[in-house]
Write a protein of this length. Structure first.
Length: 158
């Protein structure tokens, strides 16, 4: 079904699709188009594809449940502010669960929900591919920069 069919501008799951926090089944798909500028899937994709969210998902998939400080150590370079924002976004989208354990002092931990495990299963191979191919890409990038008097405008050289 398309967004226009609802007349609300909000896509609603078709019958048989997954509920909150659950991976989608292979049933009838919504007619969403991540390439469409006004499609809600485009905004969702942009929120999920930021570098911190993907690294958080990969860390939780690799290590399992972690406290905030453990996640911050695991995802090197992320600030407290960005980690908090990213975890809230992931929790809001049904990918991550925040659990407060009733003890003194309270202990808060994060882990993946089924939908988050599903996504982490897709992006973790991308992380491994990047690790394997970084030396080759760095060499090609260096050749490109030498041939073009440095990196293109607005592109970092790290």
């Amino acid at each position: 079904m398309t967004i226009e069919e609802h007349g609300t501008g909000v896509a609603r799951p078709s019958p048989g699709q997954a509920g909150p926090g659950q991976p989608a089944d292979d049933g009838p798909a919504q007619e969403l188009d991540v390439f469409g500028q006004a499609c809600p899937s485009r905004g969702m994709f942009a929120e999920l594809a930021d570098k911190w969210s993907l690294l958080i998902l990969m860390s939780l998939a690799k290590v399992g449940e972690q406290r905030f400080s453990e996640l911050q150590r695991s995802v090197g370079g992320v600030s407290r502010k960005m980690l908090t924002q990213s975890l809230r976004t992931l929790e809001r989208h049904g990918l991550v669960r925040r659990t407060v354990y009733p003890q003194t002092p309270p202990r808060v931990a994060y882990d993946l929900l089924p939908l988050g495990r599903d996504l982490a299963g897709l992006v973790s191979p991308l992380g491994r591919w990047t690790e394997r191919n970084t030396p080759q890409m760095l060499a090609v990038r260096e050749e490109f920069d030498l041939a073009h008097d440095g990196p293109p405008a607005g592109v970092r050289g790290d």
